[in-house]
Every structure is written in C-alpha cells, then in structure tokens.
Design a protein around this ligand. Structure first.
Ligand code: NOJ
Length: 566
C-alpha cells in the first residue's frame, strides 16, 4: 500500500461541541462560549486534539444556529466576539485546535441577503437564492423539505417560490451565482484570520443543484425524497474545489464535509489527491444501517448491516483518501442506545465496546459531547419535551394531521430523534447535572445522577477513562492511525472483527455485539492485550459486549507523539 502522507488531523481525535447544551455560565439555561472555555481543562485531560463547534453565529434559531443571519457575529446568547477570541486563544494554549461549522447551503431568511432578495425581483441580491415561477399554479416540482412539507415556499409579494431544502426559514443559497461563492470564501477567510484551524462544512452535498426534476415519492409520503436528485453532483465538487482554492490554501487547515448520501466512489472524488475539495467526508451509510425508507418502521439493529457499511468505507477508501469516523453527533440518537445496550447492566460496557470499534478504525475519530460518558437517549415521552424542528413538524403533519397514530410518532422520536443527543451535558449529580443554574432550554436526561463526568473522573474504570486511554493509544501507536485495515470473520452474527497492520505491527480488534458470551476463534489470551473493557479474558470466547484489541510486533512508538505537539 502507498505510504500515507502524515497530517496532524489524521493523528488527531476531534471532539464535537453543541454549544447550546455544553455548559451554561450565565444562568439563562443555554450553554455559552465561556462555558466551553471553562471546560477546556476537562477536554485537555481527555486528550482530544481539536474541538468542532456547532454554529455559534447570529441566528434566529429556527434550527438551532444552522440558520445563520450574520456569519461574522456571535449569537448573543452564546457570548461576544471577545469571548470567542478568548476561547480560541485558551484552546490553543492547551494544544487544542478549533474547527468552526460553516453553513454553506442556506442562510436564515433573516439574513440581510435574503431580506434584500425577497424585497423585489430587480434587487441585486435576488439571484443569491433560488427563485422559480409556479408551474401550472403549483410548486416548481414535488420536492419535500428535510423537515417535512414542501421544499418550496411561495412569496406573495414577488410572485415566485424560493427553495428551502430545510425549514422555510432556511432558504437555499444559489451557488451558481459567483457573488455567493465569493461572499462565502470571504466569510471563511474572516474566521481563518482570527486563527481557527479548520471547518466542518454543513450540508455540502446539495450545493451544486444540476437538475430540478421530480423526486421519487415513497409510500405514505406526501412529497418527493430529494436526496438522490440533488446530492453529491459533479457541480458540488467544482464549487468545493473552487472554495478550497479561494480560502483554504494552508495545508494545515482541515476541511471536513458533511456529505449526506455520499458513496465511497463519490467520497474519493471529494477527498483524493492534491487538488481535493475536502480532507474527509462525514458519510451516513453506517448511521442509517437498519433503518428503512418507511419512516414508521421499527429501526432494526443489525450487526451485518452496520459491519457491511463500515467495512465498505474502510476498504474502499484506504490507499486513496482519508475518512471521518463517528457514531454520534447532534443529529443522531445516542450510539449506546442505538448500536449498544443502554440497560444499566450493559451501558458502560457497550459504550466502551463501540468506542473501541470506532477508535481502532482507519480515519479520524470524532467524539460527540457526552459520548465519552456513555450518555444515553433521553426517551422523551411527551411531544412538549422536544425542541427539534423536524420532530415538531412531523408531529403537526402526521399525528395532528391524523395520518399516523400519535403514539407511533412519539415512539419513532424516542428512539431516533436528534434531541436525544442534545440534552445537556451531564457534568455532575447536582442540579441540572451541573449544566446550568437556570432552567435548561431542553430537559436534562433523567439518568444524570448515575451518568456524569464528575463521578467518572473519580473512577478509573469509567467510560471516560477508557476514552482517555483510547486517545492516548492513538497518539502512541502509528498502526492505529496509519495501519492497513483488513476485515475478519465477515459473516459472524455476533462479533465485529478486523485487523490493522503497519510493517511488523499488527492489531486484532474483536468486538462482541451481544449481551451474552459468544465464541470467537481469534481471541487468543497468549497475545498481548493493547486495550480491553474486561480485566480477564477467555481464549476463544468474548464476554457480553467485550471489546479486546490484541497486539503483536512494535505497536507503540514515541516518535509519533512529536506530531501531536503543537
Ligand atoms: C446538518 C446539520 O448537522 C443539521 O443539524 C442541520 O439541521 C442541517 N444540516 C441543516 O443545516
């Protein structure tokens, strides 16, 4: 295999922060930038190399900041630009890099560009967005918004529809307009000039819209599913490459693209070679494993589907390009609830197992806040507890609209809704889990007395300490970063197994996805154990949710540590 090019972001672990739910310091129930600064010592102790901040820009918060009304201003609830600058410099002082979330596909309808755009058809900003005439008195096509309802909104004053793939308050920017491309490049340079170290580019898969044909309507749905029509088209790649040339020329600036619907072939187009548009993609195949096109169907957990997705990404990309590894983010249910087992008996063990799986793969691991504690779904039982615009819209359309029994809508969201990941970070067993002295903007998960950082910091066997060890191992073992990936036990119904090899160094990673002991022939107690979530082991078997990494050859090297000293 070709020698990997070394980069800080390949050797790094990136920690994702949802500022609204991380740490409140002013008692308004909403997390803030000073809260993040306050918790930098914790992040340094955990050992992460970088943080990615979900949007902190001025926003009316229709979609919690993904609807930006000013790209150069901080949301007052989060603090001030001075607070941001202090956070950035204190993070850097601790050796932690900072990535911003850049929203490129759309703005808020309250952004001055859109306010001007909708003022009249002759306005120079009209063409910053996507406006269309009605077709036979109806919307220009059958596209549905990702947050339910049509993707087109009628503007009475100017007599046209505008496109919004997300909420009607999030109009899509027109990337065919060079002025839009230039504006966004200037925004990126503004933040780079402040010293940020990279970006997670939001929803970039839909930037380059080439066709406005109708999309397939799945049974039981009212509108067309747009993803296959608009995602990851060649035009998107062209726009992203041009953006890279215009704004991201420093090779140390890392660019991570959120590319819904991307295949491994298209990911290689984005991420391969010197001229690449992105350094890595956030892909979706593995997080939708077990889900069906029917939104009301029971989500199945199915190891073969998860393994098929992860294996495909591991094997197709190696030798070609880099990849972002994640099981958790602010848009997904908690992984221990979705892929592990959040019953008290197995929660911690299965959280460690999932962490082992992810951190031992080839790519850059992302930890989403609270994942390191094994935080679980909140399983809200009442619609009033939800804040997610998608959940509220679905409730209106399907439950209140009489299309689906309300309990089915509630059940789906309890299992899969992204608010499960947005409940406040569980810092302690004190009031509101130590997140806020006010009333949190969203309910705290009821299990915070048992699951919190303060308790886990004191417990060497906690999930938190296990994550620390995984991160430290990455920094010490080049095989974890650069080793070749090879699947093992491809058809095993219980165990996900693979190998990593770099020169003479070899790891065998064994993860039991069952709540019972299973047979596993590669489990060899004679070999050195690099890390495991059990203290004792049985040859040829794995205990419930056991994860064990066996090592041979020279797996650790002091040399690789130098790369992480900033
Ligand atoms: C992806 C973000 O992760 C999600 O939270 C948001 O709702 C959409 N993009 C729209 O910006």
């Amino acid at each position: 295999m070709r020698q990997e090019e070394r980069r800080w972001w390949k050797e790094a672990v990136i920690y994702q922060i949802y500022p609204r739910s991380f740490q409140d310091t002013d008692g308004d129930g909403v997390g803030d930038l000073n809260g993040i600064t306050k918790r930098l010592a914790y992040l340094q102790y955990l050992g992460v190399d970088a943080i990615w901040l979900c949007p902190i820009y001025a926003s009316p918060n229709d979609d919690n900041g993904y609807d930006v009304s000013d790209y150069r201003a901080i949301l007052p609830q989060f603090g001030t630009m001075a607070d941001f600058e202090r956070l950035l410099s204190e993070a850097h002082a601790r050796g932690i890099r900072v990535l911003m979330d850049l929203v490129l596909n759309h703005t808020s309808d309250e952004h001055p560009w859109f306010v001007a755009s909708r003022a009249n058809r002759e306005n120079p900003y009209r063409d910053y967005y996507i406006w269309r005439d009605p077709v036979e008195g109806k919307t220009p096509n059958n596209w549905g918004s990702c947050f339910t309802g049509p993707a087109w909104e009628w503007d009475e004053a100017t007599g046209q529809y505008y496109l919004h793939i997300y909420s009607r308050k999030m109009p899509d920017l027109n990337w065919e307009n060079p002025a839009v491309r230039q504006e966004i490049a200037e925004v990126a340079r503004f933040w780079l000039d402040k010293g940020v170290d990279g970006f997670r580019l939001d929803s970039v898969n839909t930037l380059g819209k080439e066709s406005y044909r109708d999309a397939e309507v799945f049974p039981g749905e009212l509108y067309g599913w747009i993803w296959p029509v608009v995602s990851n088209l060649p035009r998107t790649n062209e726009h992203l490459r041009a953006l890279r040339q215009a704004a991201f020329t420093d090779p140390d600036v890392v660019i991570v693209g959120e590319t819904g619907g991307v295949s491994t072939k298209l990911a290689r187009r984005y991420c391969e070679g010197e001229e690449r548009a992105l350094d890595m993609c956030l892909s979706f195949d593995h997080v939708v494993a077990g889900l069906s096109d029917d939104r009301w169907a029971d989500p199945r957990f199915c190891l073969p589907e998860l393994r098929a997705a992860l294996d495909r990404w591991q094997t197709d990309l190696q030798g070609h390009c880099w990849h972002a590894l994640y099981l958790s983010n602010h848009d997904r249910p908690r992984p221990v609830s979705r892929f592990g087992d959040d019953r008290p008996l197995f929660r911690e063990r299965s959280a460690k197992m999932l962490a082992t799986l992810l951190h031992m793969m080839r790519g850059t691991p992302f930890i989403y806040q609270g994942e390191e504690l094994g935080m679980t779904n909140a399983y809200f039982e009442r619609m009033e507890d939800y804040r997610d615009i998608g959940a509220l819209n679905e409730w209106k359309q399907y439950a209140l609209g009489g299309l689906v029994p309300p309990q089915d809508v509630l059940l789906r969201h309890a299992r899969l809704n992204r608010d499960n990941a947005r409940t406040p970070m569980q810092w302690s067993d004190g009031p509101n889990a130590g997140f806020s002295e006010g009333t949190p903007w969203i309910r705290v998960n009821g299990n915070y007395r048992a699951v919190n950082a303060e308790a886990q910091l004191k417990d060497e066997n906690s999930a938190l300490h296990y994550f620390r060890r995984l991160i430290a191992l990455r920094h010490a073992c080049p095989v974890i970063v650069y080793g070749e990936y090879r699947p093992l036990l491809a058809d095993d119904p219980n165990v996900y197994a693979f190998e990593r090899r770099l020169g003479e160094a070899m790891l065998t990673v064994l993860c039991n996805f069952r709540d019972r002991t299973v047979l596993c022939s590669p489990m060899d107690t004679e070999r050195e154990i690099l890390i495991s979530n059990y203290d004792t082991h049985l040859s040829g078997q794995l205990r419930p949710y056991e994860a064990t990494v066996l090592a041979s050859g020279p797996v650790s090297s002091a040399h690789s540590k130098c790369m992480n000293e900033k």
